[in-house]
Write a protein that binds this ligand. Sequence first.
Ligand code: GDP
Length: 182
Amino acid sequence: AASGSNKIKNAKLVLLGDAGTGKSSLVLRYVKGQFVEFQESTIGAAFFSQAVAVNDETVKFEIWDTAGQERYHSLAPMYYRGAAAAVIVYDITNLIPLIIIQATFARAKKWVQELQAQGSPNTIMALAGNKADLLEARQVSAQEAETYANENGLFYMETSAKTAINVTDIFYETAKRLIQAQ
Ligand code: GDP
């Protein structure tokens, strides 16, 4: 109705995934529309806020960008507990670390397992195959990631913080699913 049916829903969203997969870059692209080639490492976690309108509702994301390094692992539950949504990020090229193929994808799967075991059952989970601009260096096929996501209750998108492919989309889709689930 014209009298303002707009409902605002606050939603805690956490980004999880290996250091170097592009979590901070995705948030920077999403919130500020920027990309920097040498993004400084996040220490502990960083907080951002972003509102997204879905039809006549507004989801106000409270985004927690976690560090990803193993030494901060014990902090992770503080961020994913009570989270309405989790975006789990891997790097489709898996260039980091250089030798271990599929390392960041394997790590993403570990995060999914941890969330399924210790997170909230209602958390919407998105799987982001980031650095989708580096197709020639791809190590994880879209098919493999898609199958994994379907089998484990996530939705999957390939993103690029560099070119902005699917960045707004993955947050929008998350917001849409949050509203549908309530
Ligand atoms: P985080 O540790 O997961 O937060 O990763 P960062 O956001 O710090 O990114 C790690 C490195 O990957 C930085 O040098 C970024 O510039 C680069 N990077 C992040 N996203 C992309 C992307 O989509 N494409 C390309 N080519 N590089 C990216």
